[in-house]
Design a binder for this molecule. Structure first.
Ligand SMILES: [Zn+2]
Length: 305
């Protein structure tokens, strides 16, 4: 397989769900105006950070990797796991690649990314983290950069997801997304960069007090995914799962994905994302996630787990 992108930058927005659709996010809209977007990518179950980011970075379902917030906070990710992270897979294929993981919620770097494989990393609250990331991009021009901004989720927990305060924070984080994008432009790498924004889960807005997540309502389980790059089609994606991020990244680096296995790797490239007729047909694996079908027209459910 041939490498398609020299750089992949993933900007993860914790707790943003599908709320980008109705938010005041002019930079996001500009960056992805010729790209592929969906507000109905399916989260992992339960719709909790560790389960979701774990699925995205490992390419396996949460029922397989079994990571939880508590595990991420306490346990370094094993370097010999049968489910290597994207970082380890890229490192094994490209020994000299520059890899970075910059997360506001540092347990991701600690608990999903293997230690000792040369991944640049730092952590801070997202407003402070963004300039550090921008300097890193300009200086190192990373091959693979994973970013997680946490403050939108914080606003959701405090005020409820989809509240005016929540949308205001999403509007502010839109500036940070633009800063990251601009840094890639400044570094001269944007034309050969696959640029992605993805959320891990959404959340609820109860009448009483702050919001929460973990359940399987539409507001929790449907999330934003957007991609821009030289081979990305200008389209609305109809089906994808957040863990498909792993297959997308490996494909971009020309690394062959592991064989599809319901007890292991279940990450696929969403149909219609790339201009490439050789991408295998997308399989519906919604039965593995408890949601069927994985498209936007699902009746609202308030089932909690
Ligand atoms: Zn989260």
């Amino acid at each position: 397989m041939k490498r398609i992108y020299s750089h992949v930058i993933v900007v993860g927005i914790d707790g943003a769900g599908g709320f980008f659709r109705d938010a005041d996010v002019p930079h996001f809209n500009e960056i992805f105006k010729n790209g592929a977007v969906t507000y109905n990518a399916l989260s992992s179950r339960p719709s909790i950070s560790a389960e979701c980011w774990g699925s995205m970075l490992l390419g396996v379902g949460s029922e397989v990797h079994k990571l939880t917030n508590g595990i991420l906070e306490s346990t370094p990710y094993p370097t010999d796991s049968e489910f290597p992270s994207l970082f380890r897979r890229i490192r094994e294929a490209y020994p000299y690649a520059e890899l970075g993981s910059y997360c506001d919620w540092n347990p991701i770097t600690h608990g999903v990314v293997e230690n000792g494989i040369g991944v640049s990393h730092d952590t801070a609250h997202d407003t402070e983290l963004a300039p550090i990331i921008c300097d890193y991009i300009r200086e190192k021009m990373p091959d693979f950069l994973f970013i997680q901004f946490d403050s939108v989720d914080g606003a959701g927990h405090r005020h409820g997801y989809g509240t005016p305060e929540f949308y205001q924070r999403l509007h502010e984080v839109d500036e940070l997304i633009n800063d990251v994008h601009k840094a890639a432009e400044d570094a001269g790498i944007i034309d050969d960069t696959l640029f992605i924004v993805i959320a891990d889960h959404g959340g609820t807005n109860p009448e009483t007090g702050g919001g929460s997540h973990g359940g399987w309502t539409d507001e929790e389980k449907f999330v934003t995914f957007a991609a821009a790059g030289k081979t990305v089609k200008n389209t609305t994606l109809s089906e994808m799962n957040i863990r498909d991020l792993a297959a997308i990244v490996l494909y971009s680096f020309g690394i062959e994905a592991p064989e599809f296995n319901e007890n292991g790797w279940t990450s696929q490239i969403p149909e219609g994302l790339f201009d490439d007729k050789y991408i295998p047909q997308y399989r519906d694996i919604s039965h593995l996630t408890g949601a069927a079908p994985r498209i936007s027209k699902v009746a609202h459910t308030s089932e909690l787990i």
